[in-house]
Design a protein around this ligand. Structure first.
Ligand SMILES: NC(=O)c1ccc[n+]([C@@H]2O[C@H](COP(=O)([O-])OP(=O)(O)OC[C@H]3O[C@@H](n4cnc5c(N)ncnc54)[C@H](O)[C@@H]3O)[C@@H](O)[C@H]2O)c1
Length: 331
């Protein structure tokens, strides 16, 4: 699949994964429009695209505002829908904000896509969070959906809107269920942006990495370059339309990940603390998924060298920390 000369819209493109995808699309020769609202408590960061702004059309707009979003979609060949809020805890304390960002915004976008660019290919960033505590491992796409938080419910609804529009209107839409993703340009300033970014923050600022409980739970994780590659492959594979796929990666215990980051960052301590009660209820236990279905359609595989990828990520952030630690975009 060639993206050269194609019109690609990336929602959430000032955020972590969206900005990496927008940059890759530029490299592939696409004409890129980024739509981002710089939503509070999200990972939007102007530095993520600052050096390519002369080659990207950046629109600061909320997907819920259909009057502004509609015209941006005219002529789009691809819509990569990465707008969202990833915090599980915030979704419990501000459920209606989560509904607007992770639910309503996507129905609004799809309604505009249907009218403005019905032939576009759409790829949505869903999440493994919607499975809830695994009933078996590795978790495949047939696993029951039983989220432990509001975020998981709303992400599932947005994913299902995409699939419904595929079935009902023939939209070429699919969804990728992402697992913990890390890499350059991720937000580090708060634990709400995920444990890997928070551990990198602690490791590079020489503060203790706190593990809740014994740190033995397993997680799988993906470098953002692999995730970006998966979005491009999904957009290019006709067989992906109307389907949902896991993007699973290499797995390790939380303690192992913490120790690797502590060592790479310069030797901060790793300490075990009691599990905070409000987070305990959102804990899903061991999780790792299977992406065999996606591999069979696209050939995609995650890089197994997560230790090397984490080390390269830490090195990328050294010297750039000042762009990623202060509050930005309402954080
Ligand atoms: N990062 C992960 O580990 C992970 C894991 C599973 C799923 N995901 C999903 O991938 C997507 C991207 O994640 P990320 O880590 O890059 O998040 P991020 O917070 O860095 O980026 C999301 C971007 O979306 C923007 N946004 C939010 N609501 C918007 C709206 N209504 N209109 C326009 N822009 C809006 C934010 O301003 C932000 O820049 C999200 O949908 C997330 O749920 C991420």
């Amino acid at each position: 699949m060639s993206f050269a000369g194609k019109n690609a819209v990336v929602t959430g493109g000032l955020g972590f994964i969206g900005s990496n995808l927008a940059r890759r699309l530029l490299e592939e020769g696409a004409r890129v429009t980024v739509v981002d609202s710089l939503a509070p408590k999200c990972g939007a960061n102007r530095h993520n695209l600052a050096d390519v702004l002369d080659r990207i059309r950046l629109e600061e707009a909320d997907l819920c505002g259909r009057l502004r979003i509609g015209p941006l979609l005219e002529g789009a060949d691809f819509v990569f829908n990465l707008a969202g809020r990833i915090s599980h805890l915030d979704s419990m304390t501000a459920p209606f904000e989560d509904l607007a960002i992770n639910g309503q915004a996507h129905l609004s976008l799809l309604e505009e896509i249907r009218g403005r660019c019905p032939l576009a290919t759409v790829v949505y960033a869903s999440t493994r969070q919607l499975y809830g505590p695994p009933r078996y491992l590795p978790v495949d796409e047939a696993h029951p959906v039983s989220p432990v938080d509001i975020n998981g419910v709303h992400k599932f609804s947005a994913e299902q809107y995409h699939l419904l529009f595929a079935r009902h209107y023939g939209l070429r839409a699919c969804a990728l269920r992402l697992t913990n993703t890390y890499g350059p340009r991720q937000a580090l300033s708060h634990p709400r942006f995920g444990f890997v970014g928070w551990f990198i923050n602690r490791a590079l600022t020489g503060q203790p990495i706190e593990l809740f409980g014994d740190g033995a739970y397993l997680r799988d994780l993906n470098h953002v370059d692999d995730v970006v590659q998966a979005f491009l492959l999904a957009a290019g594979a006709e067989a992906c339309a109307g389907r949902v796929f896991n993007l699973s990666g290499p797995r390790a215990s939380l303690e192992h990940i913490a120790q690797v980051l502590a060592k790479t960052g310069g030797g901060c301590p790793v300490v075990k603390v009691e599990y905070p009660a409000q987070l305990r209820k959102l804990e899903i236990g061991d999780y790792y998924g299977s992406s065999e279905a996606f591999a069979s359609v696209t050939g995609w595989r995650a890089n197994p060298d997560w230790v090397g990828d984490l080390a390269r990520t830490v090195e990328w952030f050294r010297g750039r920390l000042h762009h990623y630690l202060p509050a930005e975009g309402g954080r």
